[in-house]
Write a protein that binds this ligand. Structure first.
Ligand code: PMP
Length: 422
């Protein structure tokens, strides 16, 4: 059973010099019960990371997505480090920026151009700005429960300090998979909607994932085209885990803008918005930049990352490995009289553990309903498999079938540990 003495000593020091000690999605408040998860990491390699106390974890969070080939991939890191030695952040961008843009344009089906930034939120904000520049309209359709970053416009409506409602006043929030709501919003806001921005399938935190219904994207594509609305896909999380050609292509439609981030350079900091020729001049009209956005090392790392993913057929491999784990969990849960609900693509699966199989009114926000899931997830962490109890998980290409056997063995031990209480 793992303990975290050194980690929590450091956490006490952190709280004095860093707000919350650790903030945002890595904050201790969302990795709970706090005492069951390591606050800090020390190092990582392949499918594993080690915490500040030397405990080792098979990591199903993958840094929330960026770890797609395995931590510290030697080929990707070699390319990035060689590029760092050449100066890295220079007055004029390195030519490697062009090479990376060409690589992404050649792999992404919808794209004629690429524009680089650092984080996912940088490019989702740019998608909205480009759409507004192109259409001369203000309003944006978003899906309830979707996440597009932390810019004031993208904050959860009314829920987060520091963002004014006014900054979200041009957002129209609709339910996932509901074409009728989109038709009504377009009719009610005639000539005012600049953009429809959504993830390619629904992957909200604190809930199950949902695939697009048959024909959903084709209907949305047509509605956008017929009404002069820019269709922007937030592929920050799903990019390169469903397909190497863009998740719009995977679901059989063509987006106007596509946002990539997490998996494009295996942890080297870069994001990209991909666009069509029709939106090139609108993107040129928007002034948008950052001190480190044209830093060369992530571009060099990204080229190698994409080439390796292509060579391995990364998405296919991750889906196979993810399926093996999820199928195993479903079977194990049954053996203990529980139900493991698995949703989403296996490369970024979500799991919800239900004490009563088939329970329809199960609620994520009912502590009683979630108690089993929380306890079981914590047991996994204490035995060397890192999962969360509120967010989808991620597979990377370094996870082997043997690793999955280990993970299922730990899952079984975790079920045994919680069964007497539930
Ligand atoms: N969109 C989606 C779908 C995401 O999952 C995230 C990050 N979790 C973002 C946007 C924001 O990305 P970042 O945190 O890099 O700004």
């Amino acid at each position: 059973m793992y303990t975290f003495t050194k980690g929590f000593e450091k956490f006490e020091r952190a709280k004095k010099v860093i707000p919350k000690g650790i903030y945002g999605h890595l904050g201790t408040a969302v990795h709970w019960p706090v005492e069951c998860f390591p606050p800090f990491s020390e190092k990582a390699e392949g499918a594993y990371f080690w915490d500040a106390d030397g405990n080792k974890y098979l990591d199903f969070m993958c840094a929330y997505g960026p770890n797609v080939l395995g931590y510290a991939d030697p080929d990707v890191d070699k390319a990035g480090i060689e590029e760092i030695k050449k100066g890295n952040t220079i007055t004029r961008p390195s030519t490697v920026m062009v090479d990376f843009a060409e690589k992404l344009v050649s792999t992404t089906a919808m794209a004629d151009w690429a524009f680089f930034a650092k984080n996912g939120g940088d490019v989702t904000s740019l998608a909205v700005m480009v759409a507004r520049a192109a259409t001369g309209r203000k309003k944006v359709i978003l899906v309830n429960g979707g996440y597009h970053g932390v810019a004031p416009w993208a904050q959860k409506k009314g829920a987060n300090e520091g963002a004014w409602e006014k900054e979200q006043s041009n957002n129209i929030y609709l339910d996932w998979n509901d074409v009728g709501q989109v038709e009504k919003a377009i009719a009610d806001n005639k000539g005012e909607i600049a953009c429809f921005l959504s993830t390619p399938y629904h992957h909200p935190a604190f809930g199950s994932q949902a695939m697009p219904a048959d024909g959903y994207w084709q209907k949305i594509r047509k509605l956008c085209t017929d009404n002069g609305i820019v269709l922007a896909i937030d592929d920050v999380r799903a990019g390169f885990r469903l397909s190497m050609t863009g998740s719009d292509n995977y679901f059989g439609f063509k987006a106007d803008l596509l946002c990539y981030c997490k998996s494009i350079a295996n942890g080297w900091p870069v994001s990209a918005i991909m666009g069509t020729d029709a939106l090139r001049s609108a993107c040129e009209d928007v002034f948008y930049t950052g001190s480190y956005w044209m830093q060369s090392s992530p571009f060099a790392a990204g080229i190698v990352c994409i080439d390796k993913l292509l060579k391995l057929d990364g998405p296919k491999y991750m889906q196979k490995i993810g399926k093996k784990y999820c199928d195993g969990l479903v079977e194990l849960a049954k053996g203990y009289g529980y139900e493991m609900e698995v949703t989403g693509n296996p490369s970024m699966f979500n799991i919800i553990l239900k004490q009563q199989p088939g329970q329809k009114n199960w609620s994520f926000f009912n502590e009683k309903d979630r108690a089993l899931q929380i306890a079981w997830t914590a047991e996994n962490s204490l035995k060397g498999v890192y999962l969360t109890n509120h967010h989808n998980h991620f597979i990377n290409c370094a996870i082997t079938e043997k690793d999955i056997d280990f993970a299922l063995d730990v899952a079984d031990q975790a079920f045994k540990a919680v069964k007497p209480k539930f």
